[in-house]
Design a protein around this ligand. Structure first.
Ligand code: ADP
Ligand code: MG
Length: 687
């Protein structure tokens, strides 16, 4: 089988499946082979039925005694029920809305089942497990380490495993690009072995080896790219932004608070850096609420006084307009020309023409500070651009940066701001081309947020608590996992919750609703009303996650907390505790589908307040079967490698710098060069 074979040519891939695969970026056999699982379910030990307990992931081998379809009258869904026995006992198995299973499996069949157990109506059962008939084929869905891929709802794990299994032979055709001597020295698997072992490892050790190799590839390429870029940038011309000491002092003195030492330090480093003829590349890292915005503002302010232009890019429209509001306030005494530019907005604190295109053009030409969403700003050439600041956005590649170059020859200075908690040494290793400023402490007036896990039984108490805080003039967030009621999971939807709170619980209060499906003007209005205190309680989905700043909000209630990842919960929580009031975060977690890990995760959140401890805890809790879980852990920039794998990072760094020293143009390593170019274009892809 060739690597270029289109997936539609594979056994059991029809037109619609091919379409769904394409949406995941999977078009050829090669794509499929390089689509790695994000974790494994460990079914390497099959459990005797009499030892199965509630809430476990288990693998069972047994014989079907009985299987039948039923219609459950209350819930209007098709039920398939089976009884499966081994020589120790019998267990009930249920599937929902998959009546065909009763055709596939017959009484007397020997089966392997893998899935989660639960208690239904007092009876222990295995719910919607993966199943395989035990035959002579190698079992891939229910035995050993079973890979789990990130998929859209139109594809099943079973399907993708089947396809990958079919394609695996082609892995030998994937070209090895890492030089033999490097591989030998670092004891890394060949690329072929790594691919095979990543998908179907025989044991955890094999999975680990595969991850080492693939993770090394990722880190090594990243290092190479960073180091090459750093060299190149050193020789590029950049606008010199003279440090305006007097005005900067004046700006600082009129702030309603004193800067923390970390803020001062960071601002100093940045202002020094942009006062040079070569472009700054800097990462400003500070935990949620550490006050990065005001530091950014100081830099932008200096740019404006120097008659250059600065751009601040946010990942969402809500954040952009919030930045616009807060910067406008901070800069009132200085008459700085500020503008907001997003898909739906073009506003400024100076006069603009009526026509949309004219407005935008005038902003681009005249605003001294332009705040907007990333994609938008990138579509314009800003004539005197001297500084670009990117907020909470990890995927900002070299190519994107190049595009922002001034129409002339000058490269703008670049600052990336993040709350992702990475220790300095690691950050240096991973963002090799960036210098780093760290804000270590939170402003002094902050009280530690008190985080409590509460059960459904105490819901009313939580509401009473919120009411009490609102009566004191404070505000609250209620975070819900999904926009629409998702019947099967019983997840509280934001819309339903909003109506419920408004009509039944807090009829005397003003309740607001914001979610990703609102039009941006509506979102805008709700956020503004909330910021101005017109709304007491804001019901929201994950859209509030990043950066929203309403200091008067002191309580956050998170519904279905067990459904969110730790990094995300930490980001949510960072929305409160921004003012001087004691703040609270209440985690409402449903007990039903709570695994022990979930419980530990939530406990970690109530114990630790800083992102770094939480990130470590998160990784720890993921455990060995979960090696590829970084996508969900809040570090979207690396797919495979672990940010806490010091050793691998170090190796990648050293290997890269040795390679570049001996072969600066990579002429002796054409395969590596090719990979770098390929990856570079990938990087320009924006979500
Ligand atoms: P983040 O680093 O998460 O982006 P922000 O810049 O949004 O944090 O700041 C959070 C809040 O803290 C804002 O309301 C801001 O005005 C306030 N703040 C910033 N610096 C200080 C400080 N030194 N002392 C007190 N409050 C501050
Ligand atoms: Mg921020």
């Amino acid at each position: 089988m060739l690597l270029s074979v289109p997936l539609s040519a594979l056994n059991r891939v029809g037109q619609s499946t091919a379409q769904h695969l394409k949406k995941l970026g999977l078009e050829t056999v090669q794509d499929l082979l390089l689509y790695f699982p994000f974790r494994y379910d460990d079914f390497s030990q099959s459990t005797p039925i009499n030892q199965v307990m509630v809430g476990q992931n288990v693998s069972i081998n047994g014989v079907i005694e009985l299987i039948q379809n039923k219609r459950s009258s209350r819930q209007k869904r098709q039920l398939t029920e089976a009884l499966v026995s081994d020589n120790t006992g019998t267990i009930k198995v249920v599937w929902f809305n998959q009546p065909f299973i009763a055709q596939n499996l017959k009484a007397g069949d020997r089966v392997s089942l893998a899935g989660k157990t639960a208690e239904n109506y007092g009876q222990l059962s295995l719910v919607a497990p993966q199943y395989e008939k035990a035959g002579d084929e190698q079992l891939i869905h229910t035995q050993g380490l079973v890979p789990v891929y990130s998929l859209s709802s139109n594809l099943t794990q079973k399907q993708i495993r089947f396809l990958i299994k079919q394609s695996l032979a082609a892995a030998t055709k994937i070209e090895e690009w890492l030089p033999e001597d490097i591989r030998k020295k670092l004891k890394l698997l060949s690329i072929n072995e790594a691919i095979i072992q990543a998908h179907f490892p025989k044991n955890l050790e094999e999975a680990k080896q595969a991850r080492q190799r693939l993770g090394f590839d990722e880190l090594f390429l990243r290092q190479l790219r960073s180091q090459i870029l750093k060299q190149e940038l050193q020789n590029k011309p950049a606008p010199k932004v003279l440090f305006q000491e007097m005005l900067t002092r004046k700006f600082v003195s009129q702030l309603p608070f004193n800067l923390t030492a970390g803020q001062k330090n960071a601002a100093w480093e940045i202002l020094q850096d942009i006062d040079k003829n070569s472009p700054m590349s800097r990462l400003l890292e500070g935990d949620v609420g550490s006050g990065k915005t005001v530091v950014a503002t100081m830099a932008l302010f200096n740019v404006a006084i120097n008659k250059y232009q600065g751009a601040l890019m946010a990942p969402t429209e809500i954040l952009a307009s919030q930045h616009y509001t807060s910067l406008s306030k901070l800069l009132i005494p200085f008459n700085t020309k500020l503008a907001l530019l997003t898909g739906s907005q073009a506003e400024a604190n100076f006069e603009l023409p009526k026509k949309k295109d004219d407005r935008r053009q005038k902003i681009i030409n005249e605003a001294e500070i332009i705040i907007g969403t990333q994609a938008l700003i990138q579509n314009y050439t800003i004539p005197r651009l001297a500084l670009v600041i990117v907020d909470e956005q990890h995927r900002f590649g070299v190519k994107q940066r190049q595009k922002l170059q001034q129409s002339g020859e000058l490269w703008p200075h670049f600052l990336s701001m993040t709350a992702t908690p990475i220790p300095r040494s690691l950050a240096l290793a991973i963002y090799g081309d960036l210098d780093i400023s760290l804000i270590k402490e939170l402003p002094k007036n902050r009280k530690t947020i008190i985080t409590k896990i509460i059960s459904e039984d105490n819901r009313q108490q939580a509401y009473d608590f919120i009411a009490q805080k609102v009566n004191l003039g404070q505000q609250a967030f209620v975070i819900c996992p999904l926009v629409n009621e998702s019947d099967k999971l019983g997840v509280k939807s934001a819309t339903t919750e909003y109506k419920h709170l408004k009509n039944d619980i807090f009829p005397q209060l003003n309740i607001g609703l914001v979610h990703g499906r609102l039009k941006s003007a509506d979102k805008e209005k709700v956020m503004k009303d909330f910021a101005e205190g017109k709304i007491n309680i804001l019901v929201a989905t994950a859209v509030v996650e990043v950066g929203v700043d309403v200091p008067n909000a002191s309580v956050m209630l998170i519904e279905g907390a067990e459904r969110f990842g730790l990094a995300q919960l930490h980001q949510f929580r960072g929305r409160v505790g921004r003012g001087s009031e004691q703040s609270y975060c209440l985690l409402l977690a449903s007990q039903d589908n709570q695994s022990q890990k979930t419980a530990l995760r939530l406990q970690a959140l109530s114990k630790y307040n800083d992102g770094l401890s939480l990130a470590k805890m998160d990784l720890h809790l993921r455990g060995a079967g979960d090696l590829y879980g970084l996508v969900q852990s809040g570090f979207p920039e690396l797919k495979i490698a672990s940010l806490f794998d010091h050793e691998l990072i170090k190796k990648a760094q050293i290997t890269a710098s040795e390679l570049i020293k001996n072969d600066p143009e990579l002429d002796k390593h054409p395969l590596i060069k090719e990979r770098l170019i390929k990856n570079d274009t990938n990087e320009t892809h924006l979500e």
